[in-house]
Design a protein around this ligand. Structure first.
Ligand code: ADP
Ligand code: ZN
Ligand code: ZN
Length: 715
């Protein structure tokens, strides 16, 4: 329930309290319904009047589904993020279990008879023979057998011959055998490997550009973890989780890799969750939400591309999977490795304070040099679809003369962000947001990128009927169209319009692997961990849009992005080049980037944050409101401020209420109250206080509010 409290019940009839362990599910009456609940704790005294207590109806699990450490993790997260405890626990369970279903009974193991059956004995039943052989080789833990395309009919047949039997999960340790051994670690890799202590809590920041061998370090650590009989949990950013990523792990290890991400069907997710929880999968790999997956024997946590924005959930339960990962490692008493070419300022500061051990992989494996970075001073230059003649010449040279690939980055999709009437000045605005509608020529429509609004492209101005409509600004569609008219090679557009579904990303990666000359033009999507071996030139078309963002993290993101896209160039071929188009080539940030000093940039950014008390030096929380009426939100947040100000810890400061950068979105007005705390302890106290006050204050019925602890966007 979206309620910030737990509920008391009596034990189900005939059951004693001591027989119930926290972490089991119960069916309980709630109002006039029956719902699934999780037992948090048993106590002798209820917090409500004994007479009001109702008894739970039944217990669903013999053994707790959630381990004590996951229980503690969820309770911690609920408190830290001030989010309703029931919704937090929901994040740890797949849908089937939230609905009250039981764990599936698809666990099978060999009987004594099955173990001793001579080879060839089942030659007349090939699919049975195949299934049995897999179990005999010990490659396929029981649960995975049913996932590996073995039908339940085959399993039943084998069971009827007394060759296999059902069992409860696996108790065997994950298979630590390798399919291939992998390269010998280099000196820097060996140093990082030696520093990680399995079996106890320790945090590591592994910093190295793409291709420097971070993944190889993970693979080695996982090997050691499996050898101890433990499982490894690997978090990957949303777009980084491709079949190739999983294949690389599967190519190394014999133990199954259970994959969990939000795009999976419920059944698949459930199977993977059980493989993780039962211990049959030695490796569990997933996106953000996988951090709450219970493991039978947790031994190692890896967060790849730790700076990535997709680790922060942006609605509902607003947690950061990276931060939860560190907390979880502490609770599970295991090491956690955060890897990135461009670590977040938060992690860098933690490393500087000695909370994380900082390891660098400075050389590129295979000797590919880091590309040369150069700014293109756009002032006064003629531009075509945002592209200067200088950049165009470089693209031509790359694809037409050298036969290599060029990668262009433009973080705006559609054709153009504005449609305007040349005769009367009318502009196509969104009716529901303080935003303009983006022109999508291909689909012949206008779309709001902030709400779902969409309408047909008008043939004429709705105000004066003029047919003279102009577009302003840049978009990937426009640049694609222009490049198609001037280049002879294919141009591949990579944005959320062009890349629907897993197949689209797959075919793009095939294009990249084919190494045929082409231009790859895309948004943010391009920057996530993929390898583009034939890319010789990287162009950042509009660096100014990144640099001058209203978010205090704008510069940090810009620097990360340039280093990330630059990391895609010239991996296998020396002499890659990065061209950054800007009207502000003298900005000190570019100077530092040109010299390849990501560390100098981050220390200058950290200095700025320190002087302004912003994260990671102060802890930020936003109380946000959202209402149909323009004044309601402001009045509500003002009241929260008034009611809580005098009780706040001394080192906390409230700022606002302020309107959001886009005050009206999807027809609702948005305000925010900032709270900056100098210490984590005060931050937690302040968050509790703000939420307590907000919960009891009178407010218009349709006004909604939420707290965002450690927000990643303040817009
Ligand atoms: P990252 O994760 O930092 O992008 P990878 O671990 O994928 O880097 O390494 C890049 C390439 O270099 C991979 O093909 C990997 O197999 C290879 N590699 C990594 N470490 C070594 C090593 N010590 N010796 C030889 N090749 C290595
Ligand atoms: Zn007009
Ligand atoms: Zn809109």
């Amino acid at each position: 329930m979206p309620l910030r409290r737990a509920f008391d019940y009596l034990a189900p009839e005939g059951l004693s309290l001591p027989s119930l362990s926290p972490g089991v599910r119960l069916r309980v009456p709630f109002g006039s319904r029956e719902i699934t609940a999780i037992l948090l704790e048993t106590v002798d005294e209820a917090s409500v009047d004994q007479k009001q207590l109702r008894a739970a109806n039944s217990v669903l699990d013999e053994e707790p589904l959630l381990s004590p450490s996951i229980m503690a993790l969820c309770s911690w997260a609920s408190d830290y993020y001030q989010h309703p405890v029931g919704e937090v626990f929901s994040a740890a369970l797949p849908k089937a279990l939230r609905d009250g279903r039981g764990l599936s009974q698809t666990h099978w193991r060999l009987t004594t008879r099955g173990k001793g059956l001579p080879e060839g004995a089942l030659s007349r039943a090939p699919s049975q023979a195949k299934a049995l052989a897999a179990l005999q080789r010990g490659e396929q833990p029981p649960l995975v057998l049913s996932e590996a395309g073995v039908s339940s009919a085959v399993l039943r047949e084998l069971a009827s011959k007394d060759l296999i039997e059902r069992c409860r999960g696996t108790t065997e340790q994950p298979n630590a055998d390798l399919k291939e051994s992998g390269p010998t670690p280099g000196a820097e890799q060996a140093e990082a490997l030696a520093a990680v202590k399995l079996g106890e809590f320790n945090c590591h920041l592994l910093q190295g550009v793409t291709g420097s061998g971070k993944t190889e370090v993970y693979l080695r650590l996982i090997t050691a973890c499996l050898e101890r009989g433990d499982q490894a949990l690997v978090l990957i950013p949303e777009i980084g989780l491709t079949p190739q990523t999983v294949e690389r792990f599967e190519a190394r290890f014999k133990t199954p890799v259970a994959v969990l991400h939000s795009g999976m069907a419920d059944g698949q997710r459930f199977a993977a969750w059980q493989a993780a929880q039962s211990g049959s999968a030695g490796i569990v790999m997933g996106t953000r939400s996988a951090i709450f997956t219970p493991l039978a024997r947790p031994g190692l946590i890896v967060v790849d591309e730790e700076h990535d924005g997709s680790y922060k959930q942006q609605d509902g339960f607003r947690y950061s999977a990276r931060d939860v990962a560190v907390k979880r490692a502490q609770l599970e008493a295991c090491p956690v490795i955060l890897g990135s070419a461009t670590p977040s300022l938060e992690s860098l500061e933690n490393a500087r304070r000695g909370r994380y051990q900082h390891h660098f992989l400075r050389g590129r494996q295979g000797g590919g040099e880091l590309p040369m970075l150069q700014t293109v001073d756009l002032r006064g230059l003629h531009l075509n679809a945002g592209i200067s003649d200088y950049l165009l010449a470089a693209i031509r040279d790359t694809v037409e003369t050298q036969g290599r690939q060029a990668l262009l980055f433009l973080n705006r999709r559609g054709f153009a962000p504005t449609l305007q009437c040349h005769d009367c000045g009318w502009v196509a605005d969104c009716d529901h947001c303080d935003a303009r509608l983006t022109v999508h020529l291909r689909k012949r429509c206008l779309r709001c990128h902030h709400c779902a609004a969409q309408r047909a492209l008008p043939p004429q101005c709705p105000d004066c009927a003029s047919r003279s409509l102009l577009t302003h600004g840049l978009g990937t569609e426009q640049t694609e169209e222009f490049l198609n008219t001037v280049l002879r090679c294919p141009v591949h557009r990579v944005d959320s319009d062009a890349m629907r579904g897993v197949d689209a990303m797959q075919s793009l990666l095939e294009v990249a692997q084919s190494e045929k000359p082409c231009v790859i033009l895309g948004t943010q999507m391009l920057t996530k961990g993929h390898h583009f071996p034939a890319v010789q030139l990287v162009g950042v078309i509009d660096a100014d849009a990144l640099l001058y963002s209203a978010d205090f993290r704008g510069e940090e993101r810009m620097a990360q992005l340039v280093v990330q896209v630059a990391g895609r160039a010239g991996r296998e071929s020396a002499g890659g080049k990065v061209l950054i188009q800007t009207h502000y080539p003298d900005d000190p940030l570019f100077e530092l980037l040109r010299d390849g000093h990501f560390e100098a940039i981050t220390s200058s950014l950290l200095e700025k944050r320190r002087s302004s008390g912003l994260p990671p030096f102060g802890q930020l929380m936003l109380l946000r409101s959202d209402a149909r009426n323009e004044q309601d939100g402001e009045a509500f947040l003002r009241a929260v401020k008034r009611e809580s100000q005098q009780y706040l810890p001394k080192d906390c400061q409230l700022i606002g209420p302020l309107p959001s950068a886009m005050p009206r979105r999807a027809g609702r007005f948005r305000w925010q109250l900032w709270c900056i705390a100098a210490s984590r302890r005060s931050a937690i106290a302040a968050a509790r206080l703000l939420v307590d006050r907000a919960e009891v204050l009178k407010k218009p019925r349709e006004l909604s509010w939420f707290i965002d602890v450690d927000p990643s966007d303040v817009l």
